[in-house]
Design a protein around this ligand. Structure first.
Ligand code: 2AM
Length: 182
């Protein structure tokens, strides 16, 4: 099964991001836009894992969420991976405090390594992917000229998500949700 840990976004936040995506769409060529219902913040992508890992991942999710307190992120900037001028991924993220998100990602990273998964090389960076470009594009001017109205997002639970890849796009199914309860 193909899994990842994430924080789901409240429906009004997804709706606001979908409106933003609709505004940006005419200015980005050759992109696949993320369906509104699929917009989320990935904490740790696990990839294909055996079902035997599920109990350990469930224990880890429960423990990590139990040690975390609800927090807020303000989505207030657009960015691109790997760089604005050769963008493959267009995202909404934060210029503000991401420490609780990064701490939770680090806790999960430590836990999944203890379960035997290889380490994640990339540093955790809270972002909501809006679009993926089939061919890297130059989004520097788009990013330089689009101001986001800061969008505060209250985050209160961790989700272990299954992702099934289908020709028409991924289908995400939450396998478990644990509230942040510290
Ligand atoms: P992205 O949004 O930056 O593309 C489900 O695929 C989630 O896991 C996505 O949000 C994706 O991040 C993240 N992810 C991280 N590494 C991935 C990888 N190697 N393949 C697919 N998704 C990955």
């Amino acid at each position: 099964m193909r899994l990842f840990f994430c924080v789901e976004l409240p429906p009004p936040v997804r709706a606001e991001l979908a409106r933003l995506a609709a505004r940006l769409r005419p200015r980005v060529r050759g992109a696949k836009w993320v369906e509104e219902e699929n917009l989320h913040l990935t904490l740790r992508f696990l990839g294909e894992v055996g079902e035997d890992l599920l109990p350990g991942l469930q224990k880890l999710g429960e423990a990590a969420a139990g040690e975390a307190a609800p927090f807020e992120l303000v989505l207030d900037r657009l960015g691109a991976f790997p760089s604005p001028s050769r963008a493959r991924v267009l995202w909404a993220g934060t210029a503000g405090d991401a420490a609780p998100f990064v701490a939770l990602a680090a806790r999960l990273e430590e836990g999944v390594q203890r379960l035997g998964l290889p380490p994640e090389e990339k540093t955790a960076h809270p972002h909501v992917t809006l679009a993926r470009l089939r061919i890297p594009g130059d989004l520097a001017s788009l990013l330089g000229t689009t101001a986001l109205t800061p969008l505060p997002v209250g985050l209160d639970a961790l989700t272990l998500m299954e992702s099934e890849l289908r020709p028409e796009g991924p289908r995400y199914t939450p396998l478990a949700r644990w509230p942040f309860r510290r």
